[in-house]
Design a protein around this ligand. Structure first.
Ligand SMILES: [Zn+2]
Length: 439
């Protein structure tokens, strides 16, 4: 390449570099300007919001018009007149009726399965249609809001829902000194129960069949109501991916304490045998309520034992059986898992193993190893989860609840002789077992 040509290229390159630098500089300036404009816009918006709030405050303070309440969901509030704008700054009945707050008030009853009803609706009414007297808005009482929030917390927690923002006790409610009113006065007037008894009644036990999601909700609610003595945990997942949930009662939820016996109940191992499952949900609610009420027997039980309740070991099978209903003639449908495995025949046969070892002089029959051949077969995820659970907690007493007949079966369930089914084959714990079965 010629020298002159090289110099020319060099110059062109430098010119391009300068141009690039200048463009970069301009771009930066523009970004800065945009940022400044954005900050200015934000400040303007903030200013406008403040002004709007001040205008609305002035209007509220100067308004002298109380009007009759005409909201369908609030026709039974303990006062007859309200004022616009309401505490959410909604200016007319139409605006309120189409607002997400008012719509949510209408569905809360179903969402929370009737819990906290009608208290929660009346509390909502006290915000969307506050009491008006002498042309002035009267705020609902904060202490009433706080008490209800505390009582309703488990119901909200059970459906993973936060307390609605428009029921914020600090923002929309007032103190006694400000002259607040009790939005739930009418409810309390209708019953003579003190408040704490009302709370107990609102968590009364329902004898119904619980679907998987309803069961989860009930267990969550119970664990949250008795948070200091209970916890909910999962030991794994079913074949279809449902959490295998256990509720535990103990004075130290989540940890084993030295010399404290560990106890467990398993229900619904056969998906279509549902009584055990319902009984365990009921038992969890009962243990929680009675502990809170100070029942000495229940308190003694929970203070001295760690109790684990596993209501549904086969939730996939349960759903199938429940779908078909009791009238359907496929009476064993749902007994097996979604993988078509019978969980009651899916654990290793350690009885046969114990018999085998008992014939060998000096061999131990406790802490039996699982025979290698067991793993050649199909092992259900539900079975594996329980086996892992048994290894992690030193249970000393357990039972699995079935349905269909009155039978108590305890180790060793198999006859010692393969050809003599009815042969008496006691376990080393024979004396203890019949006692356990009658309690
Ligand atoms: Zn069964």
């Amino acid at each position: 390449m010629q020298n002159a040509e090289r110099v020319q290229i060099q110059r062109e390159h430098e010119a391009l570099e300068k141009q690039r630098a200048s463009l970069l500089w301009k771009e930066r300036e523009m970004i800065d300007m945009e940022a400044q404009e954005w900050v200015a816009a934000m400040e303007l918006q903030r200013e406008l919001t403040i002004q709007a709030a001040m205008r609305s405050d002035r209007r509220r303070n100067t308004s002298t018009k109380c009007v009759d309440i005409s909201l369908g969901s609030c026709s039974d509030v303990p006062y007859s007149q309200t004022i616009f704008p309401n505490l959410l700054d909604q200016k007319s009945r139409e605006v309120i009726e189409y607002s997400p707050e008012y719509i949510l008030m209408g569905v809360l009853h179903n969402l929370l399965q009737g819990e906290c009803n009608p208290d929660l609706r009346l509390l909502g009414c006290s915000v969307v249609a506050p009491k008006c007297e002498g042309g002035k808005v009267i705020k609902p009482c904060r202490h009433r809001c706080e008490a209800l929030k505390k009582n309703c917390f488990p119901a909200f927690d059970a459906i993973d829902m936060a307390w609605p923002y428009f029921l914020d006790c600090d923002r929309f409610f007032g103190s006694d000194i400000e002259g607040c009113f009790d939005p739930l006065a009418k409810l309390r007037g209708e019953t003579d129960f003190p408040e704490d008894v009302l709370t107990e009644l609102s968590t009364s036990i329902q004898f119904i069949h619980h679907s998987y999601s309803q069961m989860v909700r009930e267990l969550k609610k119970t664990a949250s109501r008795c948070g200091h003595i209970a916890q909910l945990y999962s030991i794994g997942r079913s074949f279809e991916g449902k959490d295998l949930l256990v509720i535990e009662f103990s004075t130290s939820p989540g940890s084993h304490e030295l010399f404290k016996p560990e106890f467990k109940y398993i229900g619904n191992m056969h998906g279509n045998e549902v009584v055990g499952k319902e009984l365990l949900i009921y038992l969890a609610q009962y243990l929680c309520s009675e502990y809170l009420l100070g029942n000495p027997r229940i308190q003694r039980l929970i203070n001295n034992t760690r109790i684990h309740l596993f209501p549904s070991m086969n939730p996939d099978g349960y759903e199938l059986a429940a779908e078909e209903g009791a009238g359907y003639n496929g009476w064993i449908n749902g007994r097996q898992t979604a993988q078509n495995l019978d969980l009651n025949r899916n654990f290793p046969d350690l009885t046969a193993e114990a018999y085998r070892l008992a014939k060998i002089r000096g061999a131990r029959t406790d802490h039996l190893p699982i025979p290698e051949s067991y793993w050649w077969g199909k092992v259900a995820p539900e079975t594996k989860a329980v086996m892992k659970w048994l290894k992690s907690i030193p249970f000393v007493l357990s039972a699995s609840l079935h349905g269909g007949d009155l039978v108590v079966s305890y180790p060793y369930d198999y006859s010692r002789h393969p050809l003599e089914e009815k042969m008496f084959s006691p376990t080393p714990d024979e004396k203890v077992m019949p006692n356990c079965t009658v309690t």
